[in-house]
Design a protein around this ligand. Structure first.
Ligand SMILES: Cc1cc2nc3c(=O)[nH]c(=O)nc-3n(C[C@H](O)[C@H](O)[C@H](O)COP(=O)(O)O)c2cc1C
Length: 341
């Protein structure tokens, strides 16, 4: 029997690491009849434990937790480090000092999962790869349905073979990091969400959740018609009242006319979709370090930009559908999207 079941609505508010997916957002979405998700990739085990506990006091609805599956990158050479720091220094953002962060650069996933085993959410999903067999078995023994992001049919096949319960089909339109298993795949077909959903539906027996560029009730219906059992929507919740999105980031998302989105590696070292800003323009083609070292290296700049209220030097993750973004309480966003499903 499939471990994957849905609450009232076939809608997952996407996990979004970095302070966006607050307890209030997750609980509001879950209470509205959809799935509320935590992006825990950059969170410490203590924070994960506290947020899961706090969430349970606010909802008994469907909750999802998400972490990354990545390897510790090889240490960059002195020349590469200096070039990456010099590129950032040339931006001349006042008051920011760049020093190469100390390893380890990746979170200890075993430690991050401990509070998840203690307070099991409904779903646990992984981005950038397939977790170990032990992790998948442990999650399933806790009654958790395991999902893995896939950007191609071969990644979906690998996830199915590893024993996942469902696949998140992440199309090229998606905001935030593209979840390719390899940081720089030799071939990336860059499939659209609908094409990928159809292909995965034909090629795997697992339930498919479509993600990328889905912003309206019509988009949800198209994804379901393409064979998805549900959708995962990130950008649509970035301007929700309960989201942790900084105000200058919200303003950029809601600008009329809307800025273009682009794929960039410059913030973090991996391909991600962001609104265009001064950082993406000035840093295009400049030296960077591998993910997630570059992410840590640009951290002080991004934090300083949030503090000073400028969107120009923040990572403004957003999908191609950003022009359809709406503001307001998360429950209202869910209700508007799902009322006639
Ligand atoms: C701000 C932001 C942060 C994201 N962080 C994560 C994350 O931590 N883990 C993850 O699996 N996906 C993450 N994603 C990708 C989403 O899971 C999803 O694939 C994407 O939001 C779908 O495209 P959309 O933004 O057009 O709805 C993030 C997306 C955004 C916009």
């Amino acid at each position: 029997m499939s471990r994957f079941s849905l609450p009232r609505y076939p809608l997952i508010q996407a996990p979004m690491a970095g302070g966006i997916t607050t307890v209030e957002l997750v609980a509001a979405v879950a209470n509205a009849g959809a799935v509320g998700s935590f992006g825990f990739a950059y969170s410490t085990p203590d924070v994960i434990a506290a947020e899961l506990a706090q969430c349970r006091t606010q909802t008994d609805g469907a909750v999802l937790a998400n972490v990354f599956v990545i390897d510790e990158p090889a240490p960059p050479s002195q020349i590469d480090r200096e070039a990456a720091c010099a590129a950032l220094e040339a931006l001349a953002f006042p008051g920011v000092v760049y020093s190469e962060p100390e390893p380890p650069h990746i979170a200890d996933v075993t430690a991050q999962l401990a509070p998840i085993w203690a307070q099991p959410p409904t779903y646990l999903t992984f981005h950038f790869g397939v977790p170990s067999q032990d992790i998948i078995a442990r999650a399933q023994a806790c009654g958790i349905a395991v999902g893995i992001s896939a950007t191609s049919p071969s990644e979906a096949k690998e996830s199915e073979a590893a024993g996942a319960d469902f696949i998140i089909a992440q199309g090229i339109e998606a905001g935030g990091h593209r979840g390719t298993f390899e940081a720089a795949p030799r071939v990336d077909e860059a499939l659209s969400t609908l094409t990928l959903t159809k292909r995965l539906n034909d090629n795997t027996s697992l339930p498919i959740v479509a993600a990328g560029g889905i912003m309206t009730a019509t988009h949800i219906k198209e994804a379901l018609a393409a064979g998805a059992v549900a959708v995962q929507m990130g950008t649509a919740f970035l301007a929700a009242d309960e989201a942790g999105t900084p105000s200058s980031y919200r303003e950029a998302l809601c600008e009329v006319p809307c800025r273009e989105t682009i794929l960039t590696t410059q913030f973090s070292g991996r391909v991600a979709r962001s609104l265009q800003n001064e950082f993406t323009t000035k840093m295009a083609g400049q030296a960077i370090l591998p993910f997630p070292i570059q992410n840590r290296l640009t951290g002080p700049l991004r934090s300083a930009a949030v503090k000073s209220g400028t969107a120009e030097y923040q990572s403004l993750w957003a999908g191609t559908g950003v022009a359809d973004i709406v503001q307001g309480p998360a429950a209202k966003i869910v209700a508007q999207l799902c009322s006639d499903l």
